[in-house]
Every structure is written in structure tokens, then in C-alpha cells.
Design a protein around this ligand. Sequence first.
Ligand SMILES: Cc1ncc(COP(=O)(O)O)c(C=O)c1O
Length: 348
Amino acid sequence: MSIDLRSDTVTMPSDGMRHAMANARVGDDVYDEDPEVRDLQDEVADLLGMEAALFTPSGTMANQLGLRALVRPGAELLADQDAHVVRAELGAAAVLSGITTRTWQSVEGRVRAETVQALAAPNAGSYMVSTAAIAIEDTHNFGGGSVQDHAEVLAVQRFAREHGLGLHLDGARLWNAHVASGRPLAALADGFDTVSVCLSKGLGAPVGSVLAASRDRIDEAKVWRKRFGGGMRQVGILAAAGRYALRHNVTRLVEDHDHARLLAASVGVDPRAVDTNIVIATVPNAAGFVTAAATAGVRLSTLGPDRIRLVTHLGVSTADARTAAGILERLLVGWSREATTSPAGGIS
Ligand SMILES: Cc1ncc(COP(=O)(O)O)c(C=O)c1O
């Protein structure tokens, strides 16, 4: 049995969650008749301090419904260079909604208001593309699970308000930011026009995300969800898993954060630099290292030629984290030595 640190999306539904799913009340959600979905949407809207919410099959769909609510075709979205909406949604904003994108550079995905302001072009006239909205990711996945600096987010929000720009929060892992920062979810979501959260990552549900926004925007997003093929029927079975996750799997995320810090040192990362459940480390020949780690019983992912990513989640116990740390530490010692002594300077 290997220890799977590739992503927090690999989590399996627990027995308790499966029980909740088996006992879910269901109805046709396209007719708005699924009680479990309605309750989930109300609960998430309440938690985030938003007027309304919509259950979606994926985080990508929740993001894309949020973005298209804020940016008309041909106008521009600003986002971080490594934002999930830019790197990992396969051009959906452009393909589905005609949205153009420009990106700002960041360190570890941490937003800086000054950088965003320098890039923005609100009301650019009839020659250049006008910025319509800004997307912020909290926590930042490819940035290494970074929690956004609240003061910087507030400064971006002030700027956006002054210039009439929309604000989308990709909060796939907003739960982690909440647990790590101690700030209420509603405080983290405050000031954004549209907010997406995922139930299928650290929270351990098998499927599902939620978009929260004003009632008008959610009514419009519901039309587009159906148009995108995301209208679902007796989907209370999945909403029940999400509701179970909200009750049982949010506060425990602190364990994942502890495990990530425990693992950090084994791959040469300062544990104090780890905000939540994701660790990104630099190793020569990342693909080779990931293959060697898998053979030794630890599954990781690559984020580039010399970067690996480790993600902790509810399927990784403290014992697993310790075992994985031991394996990775031993592997890395040999790996670095080989990299520095190899005459070709590489690793086979
Ligand atoms: C930050 C972020 N946003 C959105 C998503 C998209 O979620 P999904 O895979 O459910 O479409 C992910 C998935 O990993 C993510 O990390």
C-alpha cells in the first residue's frame, strides 16, 4: 500500500459519509426539488455570508460560472500567473465565455495589491481591452497552499470597488485558509462578488463544489449551469456527502497542516514556510524523483522539471506522514549526492 500525497482530491468517502449518502433525501434538482441540495446551498451561503449558492459538479464549473457572471465576452480577467483558472481549466474562460486573460507574477501565489493595480486597465477605451474582473485564489494551490494576506486582499478589493471591477474568489481550499488563519469563512469571502468552494478536496466528499454570490447572479448561474450540461437530478446523494463533510471534516484540516509541516523538512523545505496542506519542493529531475518515490511507496506529483508537490489530506494519518517523511528524506540524500557527483550533472 502506498501513501498517496499526489493531491487532496484522492480522498475516499468515509463510512459515516457513505451512510449519510445512503440516507439522503432526494428530488429532481433541476426542478429545485432536492431537499439535500437546497439545504447544502443554504448552509454554504450562510457560512460564506452570501445571499445564495449553487451546487456544481466541479470546482472548474463553479469558477467558470462565477467568471462569466463578472466578465462579458472580449473583456479581461486578471489573475495570478499560476492561478488554477488560468493554468488548469483548459482555457474554459476563453472557450466558454469569450473571456481574455492577463496575469500578474507572484511569489508563491501571494497577491500584492500594488502588482494587480499596475496591471489593471479599467475603462481602457475603444482600442485596448478593458479589465472587467480580478480573480484571487485562497489558498493558492500551485503557490504551495499559501494563505492570502488579508490586508493585501482588502487593498485589491478597495481598488476594484473604486474602478467598478468584479472580484472572484477561487476558494477551492478556503476551508484550509479559514482553519490556518483563524478568520471566519464569511470574513474571507467578504468583499468578493462570486466565491467558489470545493467539497471534494480536503473535505473528502466524492464530488461537488458550490458557487456563492448574490441572488441575481446565482439565478443567472443556474441557467448557465444547465446550458453547460451541469443540471443534475436526484443529486441529494452527493449533496449529503458535502453536508456531512461540512459537519465533520473542516476543523480536522489542522491535522493535514501539521502533517504537511512534518513532511516539509524531509524534502528540504522550512516547515515554518508551510501555511496549509501543500508542500512544494525543488529537486533535480523531479519526474525521476517522483518515480523513485513511488517505487519506495510514496506517491507525489511534479509541478515542473525540478519541482515536486506533496499534498496531505484525510487519507494520510500521522503514522503515514512519518513513514513518508522517512522514505523521502532517505531518497533525497542519495538523490542530491548523485546529482552533484554525476559527471554529466544529471540523473539517469
Ligand atoms: C484552486 C483550485 N481551484 C479549482 C479547482 C478545480 O476543481 P475541480 O477539479 O473539481 O474542477 C482546483 C482543483 O484542484 C483547484 O486546486
